[in-house]
Design a protein around this ligand. Sequence first.
Ligand SMILES: *Cc1c(COP(=O)(O)O)cnc(C)c1O
Length: 437
Amino acid sequence: MTSAQSIDILETDRLHVWHPYAATVNPLPVYPVASAEGVRLRLADGRELIDGMASWWCAVHGYNHPVLNAAATAQIDRMAHVMFGGLTHQPAVELAALLCDITPGGLNRVFFCDSGSVAVEVAIKMALQFWVAGKRPEKSRLLTIRGGYHGDTFGAMAVCDPVTGMHGMFRANLTQHLFADRPGCRFDADWDNGDTTSMETLLAVHHHEIAAVILEPVLQGAGGMWCYHPEYLRQLRALCDRYDVLLVFDEIATGFGRTGCLFAAEHAGVTPDILCLGKALTGGYMSLAATMSTGRVSDAISGDGSAPFMHGPTFMANPLACAVALGSVRLLLESPWEQRISAIETQLKRELSACAGLPHVADIRVIGAVGVIELDRPVDMRAAVPRFVAQGVWIRPFGRLVYIMPPYIIAPEELSRLTTAMHTVVADASCLAQSAT
Ligand SMILES: *Cc1c(COP(=O)(O)O)cnc(C)c1O
Protein backbone atom coordinates (compact mmCIF):
# COMPACT_ATOMS: atom_id res chain seq x y z
CA MET A 1 0.00 0.00 0.00
CA THR A 2 1.15 3.47 -0.85
CA SER A 3 0.05 6.43 1.20
CA ALA A 4 -2.10 9.10 -0.42
CA GLN A 5 0.70 11.64 -0.25
CA SER A 6 3.42 9.58 -1.87
CA ILE A 7 1.33 7.93 -4.57
CA ASP A 8 2.35 8.71 -8.14
CA ILE A 9 -1.08 8.88 -9.69
CA LEU A 10 -0.08 8.26 -13.28
CA GLU A 11 2.29 5.42 -12.45
CA THR A 12 -0.18 3.69 -10.12
CA ASP A 13 -3.00 4.25 -12.61
CA ARG A 14 -0.89 2.58 -15.29
CA LEU A 15 -0.23 -0.39 -13.01
CA HIS A 16 -3.68 -0.99 -11.52
CA VAL A 17 -6.52 0.87 -13.22
CA TRP A 18 -8.56 -0.20 -16.22
CA HIS A 19 -10.09 2.73 -18.15
CA PRO A 20 -13.21 2.64 -20.36
CA TYR A 21 -12.79 1.11 -23.83
CA ALA A 22 -9.07 0.82 -23.08
CA ALA A 23 -6.24 -1.65 -23.28
CA THR A 24 -3.93 -2.05 -20.30
CA VAL A 25 -0.97 -2.63 -22.59
CA ASN A 26 0.27 0.42 -24.49
CA PRO A 27 -2.70 2.48 -23.27
CA LEU A 28 -3.63 5.96 -24.48
CA PRO A 29 -2.48 8.70 -22.09
CA VAL A 30 -4.80 9.79 -19.27
CA TYR A 31 -4.80 13.17 -17.56
CA PRO A 32 -5.21 13.49 -13.76
CA VAL A 33 -7.91 16.00 -12.80
CA ALA A 34 -7.51 17.65 -9.38
CA SER A 35 -10.70 19.69 -9.35
CA ALA A 36 -13.32 21.21 -11.62
CA GLU A 37 -15.34 24.41 -11.52
CA GLY A 38 -17.84 25.85 -13.98
CA VAL A 39 -16.77 24.73 -17.47
CA ARG A 40 -13.15 24.17 -16.45
CA LEU A 41 -11.25 21.02 -15.48
CA ARG A 42 -8.13 21.74 -13.44
CA LEU A 43 -5.37 19.20 -14.02
CA ALA A 44 -3.02 18.07 -11.27
CA ASP A 45 -0.19 20.07 -12.85
CA GLY A 46 -2.27 23.27 -12.64
CA ARG A 47 -3.30 23.51 -16.30
CA GLU A 48 -6.96 24.35 -16.95
CA LEU A 49 -9.05 22.84 -19.74
CA ILE A 50 -12.35 24.17 -21.06
CA ASP A 51 -14.62 21.16 -21.10
CA GLY A 52 -16.31 20.33 -24.39
CA MET A 53 -17.61 16.94 -23.25
CA ALA A 54 -19.64 17.80 -20.11
CA SER A 55 -18.23 14.51 -18.81
CA TRP A 56 -19.91 12.34 -21.40
CA TRP A 57 -22.82 14.78 -21.80
CA CYS A 58 -23.92 14.85 -18.13
CA ALA A 59 -22.55 18.01 -16.53
CA VAL A 60 -25.05 20.42 -18.07
CA HIS A 61 -24.70 23.02 -15.28
CA GLY A 62 -20.91 22.80 -15.16
CA TYR A 63 -18.86 21.51 -12.23
CA ASN A 64 -18.90 22.22 -8.52
CA HIS A 65 -22.24 23.99 -8.69
CA PRO A 66 -23.25 25.54 -5.33
CA VAL A 67 -26.92 24.53 -5.68
CA LEU A 68 -26.11 20.89 -6.44
CA ASN A 69 -23.41 20.79 -3.77
CA ALA A 70 -25.98 22.06 -1.26
CA ALA A 71 -28.55 19.46 -2.37
CA ALA A 72 -26.00 16.66 -1.90
CA THR A 73 -24.81 17.97 1.46
CA ALA A 74 -28.31 18.40 2.85
CA GLN A 75 -29.26 14.87 1.83
CA ILE A 76 -26.07 13.20 3.10
CA ASP A 77 -26.74 14.70 6.53
CA ARG A 78 -30.13 12.89 6.55
CA MET A 79 -29.20 9.58 4.91
CA ALA A 80 -27.02 8.58 1.98
CA HIS A 81 -28.96 5.46 1.17
CA VAL A 82 -31.73 3.13 2.21
CA MET A 83 -33.07 0.13 0.31
CA PHE A 84 -36.10 0.83 -1.90
CA GLY A 85 -37.82 -2.51 -1.42
CA GLY A 86 -40.64 -1.82 1.04
CA LEU A 87 -39.33 1.67 1.87
CA THR A 88 -39.74 5.01 0.15
CA HIS A 89 -38.46 8.57 0.65
CA GLN A 90 -39.12 12.14 -0.27
CA PRO A 91 -36.30 12.69 -2.81
CA ALA A 92 -37.43 9.71 -4.94
CA VAL A 93 -41.12 10.57 -4.72
CA GLU A 94 -40.62 14.26 -5.53
CA LEU A 95 -38.29 13.43 -8.39
CA ALA A 96 -40.73 10.89 -9.84
CA ALA A 97 -43.57 13.40 -9.72
CA LEU A 98 -41.41 16.06 -11.35
CA LEU A 99 -40.28 13.72 -14.14
CA CYS A 100 -43.91 12.75 -14.86
CA ASP A 101 -44.75 16.43 -14.97
CA ILE A 102 -42.08 17.47 -17.50
CA THR A 103 -41.90 14.45 -19.84
CA PRO A 104 -44.39 13.91 -22.70
CA GLY A 105 -47.95 13.41 -21.44
CA GLY A 106 -49.01 9.91 -20.45
CA LEU A 107 -45.70 8.79 -18.98
CA ASN A 108 -46.77 8.62 -15.35
CA ARG A 109 -44.76 5.80 -13.78
CA VAL A 110 -41.04 5.94 -12.91
CA PHE A 111 -38.70 3.01 -12.28
CA PHE A 112 -35.34 4.26 -10.97
CA CYS A 113 -32.16 2.56 -12.20
CA ASP A 114 -28.49 2.97 -11.39
CA SER A 115 -27.14 3.66 -14.89
CA GLY A 116 -28.29 4.26 -18.44
CA SER A 117 -27.50 0.74 -19.61
CA VAL A 118 -29.61 -0.65 -16.78
CA ALA A 119 -32.45 1.72 -17.72
CA VAL A 120 -32.35 0.18 -21.20
CA GLU A 121 -32.30 -3.37 -19.76
CA VAL A 122 -35.33 -2.43 -17.66
CA ALA A 123 -37.13 -0.97 -20.68
CA ILE A 124 -36.51 -4.18 -22.63
CA LYS A 125 -37.72 -6.26 -19.70
CA MET A 126 -40.86 -4.11 -19.38
CA ALA A 127 -41.63 -4.57 -23.08
CA LEU A 128 -41.18 -8.35 -22.84
CA GLN A 129 -43.18 -8.68 -19.63
CA PHE A 130 -45.97 -6.54 -21.15
CA TRP A 131 -46.54 -9.17 -23.84
CA VAL A 132 -46.12 -12.10 -21.45
CA ALA A 133 -48.85 -10.54 -19.31
CA GLY A 134 -50.93 -10.00 -22.46
CA LYS A 135 -50.67 -13.74 -23.26
CA ARG A 136 -48.64 -13.08 -26.39
CA PRO A 137 -45.17 -14.22 -25.25
CA GLU A 138 -44.15 -14.84 -28.87
CA LYS A 139 -43.81 -11.05 -29.17
CA SER A 140 -40.27 -11.16 -27.78
CA ARG A 141 -37.98 -9.57 -30.38
CA LEU A 142 -36.89 -5.96 -30.63
CA LEU A 143 -36.72 -3.80 -33.70
CA THR A 144 -34.38 -0.81 -33.89
CA ILE A 145 -32.57 1.37 -36.42
CA ARG A 146 -28.96 1.05 -37.48
CA GLY A 147 -26.46 3.50 -36.02
CA GLY A 148 -27.90 3.39 -32.49
CA TYR A 149 -26.16 3.18 -29.14
CA HIS A 150 -27.99 1.99 -26.03
CA GLY A 151 -25.29 0.91 -23.58
CA ASP A 152 -22.72 -1.78 -22.92
CA THR A 153 -24.65 -4.49 -21.06
CA PHE A 154 -25.82 -7.50 -23.05
CA GLY A 155 -29.45 -6.55 -23.56
CA ALA A 156 -28.47 -3.01 -24.56
CA MET A 157 -25.55 -4.16 -26.71
CA ALA A 158 -27.88 -6.37 -28.74
CA VAL A 159 -29.73 -3.25 -30.01
CA CYS A 160 -26.59 -1.17 -30.65
CA ASP A 161 -25.49 -0.82 -34.27
CA PRO A 162 -24.61 -4.33 -35.47
CA VAL A 163 -21.53 -3.14 -37.39
CA THR A 164 -19.97 -0.37 -35.28
CA GLY A 165 -21.23 -1.86 -31.99
CA MET A 166 -19.74 -4.90 -30.29
CA HIS A 167 -21.81 -7.55 -32.07
CA GLY A 168 -18.80 -9.07 -33.79
CA MET A 169 -17.03 -10.01 -30.58
CA PHE A 170 -20.07 -11.18 -28.60
CA ARG A 171 -22.36 -12.54 -31.31
CA ALA A 172 -22.80 -15.97 -29.71
CA ASN A 173 -24.24 -14.38 -26.58
CA LEU A 174 -26.37 -11.65 -28.13
CA THR A 175 -30.07 -11.97 -28.87
CA GLN A 176 -30.60 -11.52 -32.60
CA HIS A 177 -32.91 -8.55 -33.09
CA LEU A 178 -34.16 -6.75 -36.19
CA PHE A 179 -32.49 -3.67 -37.70
CA ALA A 180 -34.15 -1.15 -40.01
CA ASP A 181 -32.17 1.35 -42.07
CA ARG A 182 -31.16 4.50 -40.27
CA PRO A 183 -33.48 7.35 -41.31
CA GLY A 184 -31.57 9.25 -43.98
CA CYS A 185 -33.58 12.46 -44.00
CA ARG A 186 -31.70 15.16 -42.11
CA PHE A 187 -33.28 16.99 -39.20
CA ASP A 188 -33.75 20.27 -41.08
CA ALA A 189 -34.28 18.91 -44.61
CA ASP A 190 -37.62 18.41 -46.36
CA TRP A 191 -39.25 15.20 -45.19
CA ASP A 192 -38.85 12.25 -47.54
CA ASN A 193 -41.73 9.79 -47.32
CA GLY A 194 -39.52 6.90 -48.39
CA ASP A 195 -37.54 7.19 -45.16
CA THR A 196 -39.82 4.83 -43.23
CA THR A 197 -39.94 2.09 -45.91
CA SER A 198 -37.40 -0.19 -44.26
CA MET A 199 -39.03 0.15 -40.84
CA GLU A 200 -42.50 -0.38 -42.30
CA THR A 201 -41.45 -3.50 -44.20
CA LEU A 202 -39.90 -5.10 -41.11
CA LEU A 203 -42.98 -4.31 -39.02
CA ALA A 204 -45.31 -5.69 -41.69
CA VAL A 205 -43.38 -8.96 -41.88
CA HIS A 206 -42.40 -9.48 -38.24
CA HIS A 207 -44.94 -7.62 -36.07
CA HIS A 208 -46.34 -10.86 -34.61
CA GLU A 209 -42.94 -11.57 -33.01
CA ILE A 210 -41.93 -7.97 -32.14
CA ALA A 211 -42.35 -6.66 -28.59
CA ALA A 212 -41.10 -3.13 -29.15
CA VAL A 213 -39.25 -0.69 -31.36
CA ILE A 214 -36.42 1.00 -29.44
CA LEU A 215 -34.48 4.00 -30.70
CA GLU A 216 -32.94 7.35 -29.81
CA PRO A 217 -35.36 10.08 -30.96
CA VAL A 218 -33.99 12.71 -33.38
CA LEU A 219 -30.32 12.43 -32.38
CA GLN A 220 -28.38 9.19 -32.36
CA GLY A 221 -25.49 9.71 -29.94
CA ALA A 222 -22.51 7.41 -29.48
CA GLY A 223 -23.57 5.30 -32.48
CA GLY A 224 -22.57 8.08 -34.87
CA MET A 225 -24.04 11.47 -33.88
CA TRP A 226 -26.65 11.47 -36.64
CA CYS A 227 -29.70 13.75 -36.45
CA TYR A 228 -32.77 12.81 -38.42
CA HIS A 229 -36.17 14.26 -39.27
CA PRO A 230 -38.76 14.28 -36.46
CA GLU A 231 -41.49 13.28 -38.93
CA TYR A 232 -39.90 9.82 -38.82
CA LEU A 233 -41.03 9.53 -35.19
CA ARG A 234 -44.61 10.57 -35.97
CA GLN A 235 -44.81 7.95 -38.71
CA LEU A 236 -43.20 5.38 -36.43
CA ARG A 237 -45.71 6.08 -33.65
CA ALA A 238 -48.56 5.44 -36.12
CA LEU A 239 -46.89 2.25 -37.39
CA CYS A 240 -46.36 0.92 -33.86
CA ASP A 241 -50.03 1.56 -33.07
CA ARG A 242 -51.15 -0.10 -36.29
CA TYR A 243 -48.99 -3.21 -35.72
CA ASP A 244 -49.50 -3.44 -31.96
CA VAL A 245 -45.87 -2.93 -31.04
CA LEU A 246 -44.59 -0.85 -28.10
CA LEU A 247 -42.43 2.21 -28.75
CA VAL A 248 -39.41 2.85 -26.53
CA PHE A 249 -37.45 6.12 -26.69
CA ASP A 250 -33.93 6.11 -25.30
CA GLU A 251 -33.43 9.77 -24.28
CA ILE A 252 -30.42 9.05 -22.08
CA ALA A 253 -28.32 11.34 -24.30
CA THR A 254 -31.00 13.69 -25.64
CA GLY A 255 -32.99 14.35 -22.46
CA PHE A 256 -32.89 17.57 -20.41
CA GLY A 257 -32.54 20.08 -23.21
CA ARG A 258 -29.55 18.88 -25.21
CA THR A 259 -31.27 19.04 -28.62
CA GLY A 260 -33.09 22.32 -27.93
CA CYS A 261 -36.32 20.78 -26.61
CA LEU A 262 -36.49 19.56 -23.01
CA PHE A 263 -36.95 16.06 -24.48
CA ALA A 264 -36.22 15.19 -28.11
CA ALA A 265 -39.63 13.50 -28.41
CA GLU A 266 -41.11 17.01 -28.30
CA HIS A 267 -39.62 17.82 -31.73
CA ALA A 268 -42.16 15.28 -33.03
CA GLY A 269 -44.91 15.74 -30.45
CA VAL A 270 -44.86 11.99 -29.84
CA THR A 271 -45.24 10.09 -26.57
CA PRO A 272 -43.48 6.73 -26.40
CA ASP A 273 -44.83 3.86 -24.28
CA ILE A 274 -41.54 3.63 -22.43
CA LEU A 275 -38.86 6.31 -21.97
CA CYS A 276 -35.26 5.92 -20.74
CA LEU A 277 -33.51 8.83 -19.00
CA GLY A 278 -29.99 9.06 -17.59
CA LYS A 279 -26.79 11.02 -18.16
CA ALA A 280 -27.81 14.67 -17.40
CA LEU A 281 -30.46 13.59 -14.87
CA THR A 282 -28.21 14.46 -11.89
CA GLY A 283 -26.32 17.22 -13.71
CA GLY A 284 -23.33 14.88 -13.81
CA TYR A 285 -23.02 14.40 -10.05
CA MET A 286 -24.05 10.78 -9.52
CA SER A 287 -25.01 7.72 -11.49
CA LEU A 288 -28.80 7.68 -11.74
CA ALA A 289 -31.20 6.75 -14.52
CA ALA A 290 -34.89 6.14 -14.89
CA THR A 291 -37.22 4.08 -17.05
CA MET A 292 -40.67 5.65 -17.35
CA SER A 293 -43.81 4.06 -18.69
CA THR A 294 -47.41 4.86 -19.39
CA GLY A 295 -50.11 3.55 -17.10
CA ARG A 296 -51.19 1.20 -19.89
CA VAL A 297 -47.80 -0.55 -19.70
CA SER A 298 -47.49 -0.63 -15.90
CA ASP A 299 -51.11 -1.75 -15.44
CA ALA A 300 -50.83 -4.51 -18.03
CA ILE A 301 -47.62 -5.83 -16.49
CA SER A 302 -49.09 -5.71 -13.00
CA GLY A 303 -52.39 -7.39 -13.85
CA ASP A 304 -54.16 -8.14 -10.59
CA GLY A 305 -50.94 -7.54 -8.67
CA SER A 306 -49.94 -11.18 -8.46
CA ALA A 307 -47.19 -10.96 -11.13
CA PRO A 308 -45.00 -7.98 -10.22
CA PHE A 309 -42.38 -6.42 -12.47
CA MET A 310 -39.20 -8.40 -11.90
CA HIS A 311 -36.36 -5.96 -11.38
CA GLY A 312 -34.81 -4.21 -8.36
CA PRO A 313 -31.23 -2.94 -8.21
CA THR A 314 -29.57 -2.73 -4.78
CA PHE A 315 -29.00 1.00 -5.11
CA MET A 316 -32.39 1.68 -6.71
CA ALA A 317 -33.55 5.28 -6.13
CA ASN A 318 -30.46 6.11 -4.07
CA PRO A 319 -31.60 9.11 -1.98
CA LEU A 320 -28.39 11.06 -2.52
CA ALA A 321 -28.66 10.69 -6.29
CA CYS A 322 -32.41 11.50 -6.25
CA ALA A 323 -31.83 14.63 -4.14
CA VAL A 324 -29.14 15.88 -6.52
CA ALA A 325 -31.29 15.01 -9.55
CA LEU A 326 -34.18 16.95 -8.08
CA GLY A 327 -31.85 19.92 -7.55
CA SER A 328 -30.45 19.59 -11.06
CA VAL A 329 -33.79 19.33 -12.87
CA ARG A 330 -35.21 22.29 -10.92
CA LEU A 331 -32.07 24.31 -11.60
CA LEU A 332 -32.45 23.55 -15.31
CA LEU A 333 -36.13 24.51 -15.38
CA GLU A 334 -35.42 27.77 -13.53
CA SER A 335 -32.55 28.64 -15.86
CA PRO A 336 -32.95 30.28 -19.28
CA TRP A 337 -31.98 26.91 -20.82
CA GLU A 338 -33.85 27.44 -24.10
CA GLN A 339 -32.07 30.74 -24.81
CA ARG A 340 -28.72 29.29 -23.76
CA ILE A 341 -29.01 26.23 -25.97
CA SER A 342 -30.30 28.19 -28.92
CA ALA A 343 -27.40 30.65 -28.56
CA ILE A 344 -24.95 27.73 -28.44
CA GLU A 345 -26.60 26.26 -31.55
CA THR A 346 -26.36 29.53 -33.48
CA GLN A 347 -22.72 29.99 -32.54
CA LEU A 348 -21.82 26.37 -33.34
CA LYS A 349 -23.47 26.63 -36.77
CA ARG A 350 -21.57 29.80 -37.54
CA GLU A 351 -18.16 28.75 -36.23
CA LEU A 352 -18.12 25.11 -37.35
CA SER A 353 -19.15 26.06 -40.89
CA ALA A 354 -15.57 27.41 -41.22
CA CYS A 355 -14.42 23.77 -41.15
CA ALA A 356 -16.62 22.71 -44.07
CA GLY A 357 -14.00 23.31 -46.72
CA LEU A 358 -11.15 21.49 -44.95
CA PRO A 359 -9.65 18.48 -46.80
CA HIS A 360 -10.97 15.50 -44.83
CA VAL A 361 -14.23 16.94 -43.53
CA ALA A 362 -17.19 14.85 -44.74
CA ASP A 363 -20.07 16.54 -42.91
CA ILE A 364 -20.90 19.08 -40.24
CA ARG A 365 -23.98 18.68 -38.03
CA VAL A 366 -25.32 20.93 -35.31
CA ILE A 367 -28.42 20.42 -33.21
CA GLY A 368 -29.03 22.24 -29.93
CA ALA A 369 -25.87 22.15 -27.82
CA VAL A 370 -24.25 19.46 -29.98
CA GLY A 371 -21.64 20.22 -32.65
CA VAL A 372 -20.22 17.44 -34.81
CA ILE A 373 -17.53 17.31 -37.47
CA GLU A 374 -17.54 14.02 -39.34
CA LEU A 375 -14.32 13.17 -41.15
CA ASP A 376 -13.63 10.80 -44.02
CA ARG A 377 -11.15 8.90 -41.82
CA PRO A 378 -10.66 8.14 -38.13
CA VAL A 379 -8.98 10.58 -35.78
CA ASP A 380 -5.56 9.54 -34.48
CA MET A 381 -6.32 9.71 -30.75
CA ARG A 382 -2.67 9.57 -29.73
CA ALA A 383 -1.97 12.73 -31.72
CA ALA A 384 -5.30 14.58 -31.44
CA VAL A 385 -6.03 14.44 -27.71
CA PRO A 386 -2.67 15.93 -26.58
CA ARG A 387 -3.15 18.56 -29.29
CA PHE A 388 -6.49 19.54 -27.74
CA VAL A 389 -4.98 19.59 -24.25
CA ALA A 390 -2.14 21.82 -25.48
CA GLN A 391 -4.81 24.27 -26.65
CA GLY A 392 -6.43 24.27 -23.21
CA VAL A 393 -9.56 22.32 -24.11
CA TRP A 394 -10.95 18.88 -23.31
CA ILE A 395 -12.37 17.21 -26.40
CA ARG A 396 -12.36 13.46 -26.88
CA PRO A 397 -13.18 12.37 -30.43
CA PHE A 398 -14.27 8.88 -31.38
CA GLY A 399 -13.85 7.12 -34.69
CA ARG A 400 -14.37 9.63 -37.50
CA LEU A 401 -16.16 12.12 -35.24
CA VAL A 402 -14.82 15.24 -33.57
CA TYR A 403 -17.72 16.58 -31.53
CA ILE A 404 -18.58 18.71 -28.53
CA MET A 405 -21.50 18.66 -26.09
CA PRO A 406 -20.48 21.41 -23.66
CA PRO A 407 -22.16 22.42 -20.38
CA TYR A 408 -25.07 24.79 -21.12
CA ILE A 409 -23.47 27.54 -19.04
CA ILE A 410 -20.51 27.92 -21.40
CA ALA A 411 -19.75 31.53 -22.37
CA PRO A 412 -19.44 32.54 -26.06
CA GLU A 413 -15.67 33.12 -25.83
CA GLU A 414 -15.18 29.73 -24.17
CA LEU A 415 -17.24 28.05 -26.87
CA SER A 416 -15.07 29.79 -29.48
CA ARG A 417 -11.99 28.29 -27.83
CA LEU A 418 -13.55 24.85 -28.37
CA THR A 419 -14.50 25.42 -32.02
CA THR A 420 -11.10 26.97 -32.78
CA ALA A 421 -9.39 23.91 -31.30
CA MET A 422 -11.65 21.62 -33.35
CA HIS A 423 -10.67 23.54 -36.49
CA THR A 424 -6.95 23.29 -35.65
CA VAL A 425 -7.04 19.54 -35.05
CA VAL A 426 -9.23 18.74 -38.04
CA ALA A 427 -7.02 20.87 -40.30
CA ASP A 428 -3.88 19.05 -39.15
CA ALA A 429 -3.37 15.85 -41.15
CA SER A 430 -1.00 14.53 -38.47
CA CYS A 431 -4.00 14.31 -36.08
CA LEU A 432 -5.88 12.06 -38.49
CA ALA A 433 -5.36 8.47 -39.60
CA GLN A 434 -3.42 8.18 -42.83
CA SER A 435 -6.20 6.43 -44.71
CA ALA A 436 -9.97 6.10 -44.58
CA THR A 437 -10.16 2.64 -42.99
C1 LIG B 1 -24.74 6.71 -22.55
C2 LIG B 1 -25.96 6.08 -23.14
C3 LIG B 1 -26.46 4.87 -22.62
C4 LIG B 1 -25.77 4.11 -21.52
O1 LIG B 1 -25.74 4.80 -20.33
P1 LIG B 1 -24.67 4.38 -19.19
O2 LIG B 1 -25.00 5.26 -18.04
O3 LIG B 1 -23.31 4.65 -19.78
O4 LIG B 1 -24.87 2.93 -18.91
C5 LIG B 1 -27.61 4.37 -23.18
N1 LIG B 1 -28.24 5.00 -24.19
C6 LIG B 1 -27.79 6.16 -24.71
C7 LIG B 1 -28.54 6.83 -25.81
C8 LIG B 1 -26.62 6.73 -24.21
O5 LIG B 1 -26.15 7.87 -24.73
